[in-house]
Design a protein around this ligand. Sequence first.
Ligand code: ARG
Length: 623
Amino acid sequence: MANLMSSTQKPWEHAKSGGSEHDALAARFVESLSYDTRLYKHDIAGSIAHARMLQHVGLISADELSAIERGLGEIQNEIEAAQVTGWPGWRIELEDVHMCIEAALIEKIGDPGRKLHTGRSRNDQVATDIQLWIECERCQIRSDIERLIRAFIRLAIDQGDIVIPSYTHLQRAQPIVVGGEAGAWKEAFERCRCRFENLSFDYSPLGSGAIAGSSLPLDREFAAKQMRIGIMDLVTDNSIESTASRDNVLDFAYALSMTSMWLSRWAEQWIIYMTAEFGTLSIGDAFTTGSSMMPQKRNPDMLELIRGRCGNVYGHLVALLTICKGITIGYNRDLQEDKRHVFAAYDTVRDCLQMATAIVKSAKFKSPDMSRGFMDATSLAEYLVTKGVPFRTAHQVVGSLVRHCIENNITQLSDLSVDQMNRLATPLAAGSPPIDKIVYDWLGAENVVKRYQTYGNAGLSGYRQQLDEWKKRLGGHDESPAPEKSLFGEDLKLDDHDAALIAAYEQAGRTLDDLPYTDEFEAIYKSAAGGRDRSAVFHRLHNLRKAGKLPKLGRTAQAAPLVTDEQQTILIELVTGAIGKLSLRDQLPFTDQFPAIVDAFNARTGLQFSPYQVWRVVAKLAK
Ligand code: ARG
């Protein structure tokens, strides 16, 4: 073995006299480690699935499997303990996340580790990893979008009745209300979210090998079923295509691009609203910047960056399309570049979504001067229609009234008397009943927004009619049993402490199951305990969740650290010893019993799990 290793350190390059690790330029050029370490969890999940399959078909023994599982579990814990980037196992000369983890495994457990790659190639490995990554991260994006939607709904609830102009061609069109516009953005982002929901990659590429499959009796379906994350339990039908394509990455990048496109349109709209000329909107000071020269300035830089970063995201999509263009059907190293772009696009869009949500939450609308622009002209034409005037004629009549106003410096149609209106209308609409005083109910922005009655209109009835529906649609994605309550809280009277607690929980951004013994929990406790101790805070959060009062954060809890069956048994024993049943686990955090369980568990297993890690295992076992 040793003489084989002497020519090149790369365990997969024995046929060559030397590898790129001997050439600094080549080593730097070929690596993807600088951007693919974030796949570590998925790489380990895929490896465990593969190892279980190898054992299932008799290619490795049960002992070898448990050594592999233990080794990979330890590696995952080490990586997480080192906050990923600090893990010493990342060795650039090994090129990528896959080889580093495998090398660390071999170092840890020896020969069983050398069996892991049986029937596998980095080509099907990376295809699997990226698919698991997308499966996992699209949930994050969806919940980011959900929060933005919620902010728009909140805006509609709080400021929905404020009358503002609508614009076509950026010219004043018809009066609308803020609720109507908030609903428009909500609708667009709802569709963005659906795009992520509809991405479906239930087919596992694992077992496709390098390109042609394997002569070993691999059970691909069995491996697919082992995948811990995602729902892959079907397998792809062609080993060549499944190692050669990145359609999933492209679909994901397209969904990101569409989200970015909408963010950019929204940002532009609100930048315009914030100008003195439009005078319709102000946003939180934190989201504007000053000028180094002009003391009065409050520039909408955050919105501009959201608008601008759409360019980056499109760039990544186009880069991905171009990378995939013209490569032969089979893995080519070009495909390694996919991650650079999809990760960057993902990070950018998440950032922008979070910033957008904060801005929407801070928005304050005000009605600008609605008297200019004759925005009630269409309403007046519709009034005439109700009198039996054909619409084309009504359009002509109102057109001539508007012209008359402009020529005589009259700013509003409602400044015309009924007589004046009739005098101007009669020659055009001869034989129609005369205009009467009722006409003033059809004029003026305030009146117009009350008159719209078509479903989906941008006036008062349009958004109010849909509010209930919005609650339901949001509710469908909420964690709680009565989710709309968590948003609008109609029934349950919350005390001040609860309101602060819920706000702190949302702010902390970590789901309840994942919260004990984290910094986020401490932050909640510090800011919103309201005199309760830690354990009581945790219980209160549980009760609030049960009552549907906690917003769904959507973050999937981090995967629990891996433990062997034996370690599991020890932990179950300790927990049931303390509280009787595993299902009562929620009683445990922040009691005196829990540190004792952690100590006993670590002592008996030789592990060094933190209380958080032990809790995560307990929570997983209880499920
Ligand atoms: N890091 C590589 C990637 O991301 C792994 C695949 C390398 N495969 C190969 N046949 N050289 O695509």
